[in-house]
Design a protein around this ligand. Structure first.
Ligand SMILES: Cc1cc2nc3c(=O)[nH]c(=O)nc-3n(C[C@H](O)[C@H](O)[C@H](O)COP(=O)(O)OP(=O)(O)OC[C@H]3O[C@@H](n4cnc5c(N)ncnc54)[C@H](O)[C@@H]3O)c2cc1C
Length: 614
């Protein structure tokens, strides 16, 4: 079964606000959840669509994808031919023919500017007027298209040479090039090929094929073969001699001791959500998937102890059952507690630190298989260091967390142009418990997001807002695979740094479709925490997992470096020990603890040696 979801706004029938709400609520949010499917962005009624529903969504079903494509393609072509001739005089842009696909491209920036310059001349408008016109008339679609472009790149159009993440992309499939050429024969096709006519009256319709497939089967990053471990983005792979999953502390200790006797490198992996090769091992790779759940919880002391293999996702409801919650979380909740503590995973907040700052105590299994408990009062120097320790001090088996009474969060999301977002930034940060934004390089809009504790009920939320228990509101879902780089900067340098990264992206990497994320983090006293000793802003950039991120990330890293940034340990960077030592005041303290706990470097893989050994 193939379903086509058609979003449409008939001018005068559906308000822009409703249309935006549809995009936001039903489409953009759902985009990442849809199973791998080819998509089409359309501006055309298709057979079976009545186009009258007030919510702006129709669903049309076909038996198979071929039939769906044929129907949509046919409808689009008819429309294309009509519109191409009608708009040719206006000289609006459209795309070209690539092999058996037609790619429609609304305006681009940077690398596309030359082409756009030609289009501007054709339209007789200067770039500014053109942009304003495009944005005014096509705003909602432009807003949605970068996501679609990224998605198209991910699942549908890899063989299309020259397809870049522009403001928008629409792809039409034909059985072969001959069929496409035939379809585009004649004056209308000529017009399309010549980039001479705009065919997308974008405010009207965009549509999505949904091929009914199991979401898991649609994962872009294919599963690793047996015996091979890979991280979430697929960038890191390793083939350890053994992968073991102990089911108890005794089994964990035995596994570590065995590896020590055999002289094997020991690494422990959480859910592999780090982009750097922290977990890679050619010796023993431990998974704590068998050591999950609560050890104890105390609503009176407002704390709980959990096994380190517990994911934050699973922890939420367990704590909630005791009337407890974590005070802050990151963007997602798929990480294990051990992994989150391992890298200093953080969310955003005016006065809130990373998850590591919530750690009251840890139990570690050392390289020799000894059990060590640490806290502010027991082995305090170890506790200080172990709260961000990259799995280099030992295997954390249990984590004791400082919590807060369960609370509800009120989430608000809205879009502002970059300049407006930056002008309001300080106020946004100080007025909200948690504030962050995602700058969209293709639209120059910032997706603003605030979270504030509330006593109100879920039903009190109005459109575009959300109220629910914190563990449900904090995390987002990220099914679109990407690689990421994030640096932690002195808070006061955040604004100038994000401006510099934005300028670089516009100038040098206009095709990148994924956003910059801007968050805040309170100072802490953890030696290897990126927020150690200073109020912090974190800025991250992303690139789709199947695209090469290296040149882009390399140049952004230079900007971060120039602004005194410290890399997120789990996100891509090229910093090595000497540079890192200069960034962390307490570097020697961490190293002293590490040499005491792991004198033989049992927990060091090549990546960690580069990070920790001069
Ligand atoms: C989609 C996505 C969203 C993300 N969002 C955020 C975010 O909002 N904020 C943020 O700060 N980061 C974020 N990250 C990064 C992520 O939170 C960190 O990389 C985190 O460490 C991953 O946890 P994990 O369980 O997958 O650990 P892994 O990546 O598997 O391991 C991370 C490190 O922890 C060590 N480790 C794991 N378990 C143990 C243990 N039991 N004992 C000792 N060491 C251990 C590993 O050896 C490794 O060094 C995100 C990553 C992705 C892919």
């Amino acid at each position: 079964m193939v379903k086509l979801i058609v979003f449409h706004r008939r001018r005068g029938e559906v308000s822009v606000e409703d249309w935006n709400a549809v995009w936001r609520g039903a489409y953009l949010d759902g985009l990442g959840k849809l199973p791998g499917s080819p998509r089409v962005v359309l501006d055309v009624p298709v057979p079976g669509q009545d186009g009258t529903r007030a919510d702006g969504i129709d669903e049309v079903e076909w038996d198979d994808l071929g039939a769906a494509r044929e129907a949509v393609g046919g409808a689009w072509l008819r429309y294309l031919i009509e519109r191409a001739s009608a708009t040719q005089a206006e000289g609006w842009p459209c795309g070209g023919l690539f092999d058996e696909r037609v790619v429609m491209e609304p305006p681009a920036r940077g690398a596309g500017a030359k082409r756009m310059g030609r289009i501007h001349r054709l339209t007789g408008l200067d770039a500014k007027t053109f942009d304003a016109r495009w944005r005014d008339e096509h705003g909602p679609l432009v807003l949605a298209l970068p996501g679609i472009a990224g998605y198209v790149q991910q699942v549908a159009v890899q063989p299309v040479t020259g397809l870049a993440a522009l403001d928008g992309v629409a792809v039409l499939w034909f059985a072969d090039r001959a069929a496409a050429e035939q379809a585009f024969a004649g004056p209308a096709g000529e017009a399309a090929r010549a980039d001479a006519a705009e065919i997308m009256d974008a405010a009207r319709v965009a549509a999505t094929y949904v091929e009914e497939r199991d979401a898991a089967a649609a994962a872009v990053v294919e599963d690793a073969p047996p015996g091979v471990w890979r991280n979430w983005s697929g960038l890191v792979r390793c083939q350890p001699q053994r992968i073991e999953m102990p089911r108890s502390e005794a089994e964990l200790i035995a596994a570590v001791r065995r590896a020590d006797r055999e002289g094997l490198t020991v690494r422990v992996a959480g859910t592999g959500h780090s982009f750097t090769p922290l977990c890679a091992s050619d010796g023993l790779l431990l998974s704590l998937d068998g050591m999950t759940g609560l050890v104890s919880a105390s609503p009176e002391r407002v704390e709980a102890t959990a096994w380190a293999g517990t994911t934050i996702h699973d922890l939420g409801p367990l704590l909630h059952a005791h009337g407890l919650a974590m005070e802050n979380m990151g963007d997602i909740d798929r990480q294990t507690l051990g992994g989150a503590v391992g890298t200093g995973t953080h969310g955003t907040g005016r006065e809130l630190g990373s998850i590591s700052t919530q750690v009251l105590g840890l139990r570690l299994i050392t390289a020799r298989g000894e059990v060590v408990d640490c806290s502010a009062t027991e082995e305090p120097e170890l506790w200080r260091a172990a709260r961000v320790s990259l799995g280099a001090l030992g295997v954390i088996s249990q984590v004791r967390l400082r919590l807060v009474p369960a609370f509800r969060l009120h989430e608000m999301r809205w879009d502002w142009p970059f300049d407006r977002a930056m002008a309001a930034l300080d106020r946004m940060i100080s007025d909200n418990h948690h504030f962050e934004y995602f700058w969209n390089p293709q639209t120059d809009l910032c997706a603003m997001k605030s979270l504030n504790p509330t006593w109100r009920e879920p039903g009190d939320a109005t459109t575009g807002q959300r109220i629910d228990w914190s563990h449900r509101v904090f995390p987002s879902e990220r099914t679109f695979r990407f690689n990421e780089m994030e640096f932690a900067l002195p808070a006061e340098r955040g604004p100038e740094c994000v401006r510099a990264v934005r300028a670089l992206m516009r100038e040098r990497f206009p095709d990148v479709a994924l956003p910059i994320e801007y968050r805040t983090l309170a100072a802490d006293d953890i030696p290897l925490s990126p927020a150690s000793g200073r109020a912090t802003v974190t800025i991250s950039v992303h690139q789709a997992a199947q695209l090469d991120h290296r040149t882009f990330f390399g140049e952004v890293e230079d900007v971060f470096r120039a602004h005194g940034g410290r890399p997120h340990w789990g996100k891509l960077h090229t910093h090595r020990a000497a540079a890192l030592a200069a960034l962390y005041l307490d570097w020697p303290r961490f190293q002293a603890v590490r040499r005491r706990l792991d004198p033989d470097g049992r927990f060091l893989n090549p990546h960690l040696r580069q990070l920790l050994e001069a």
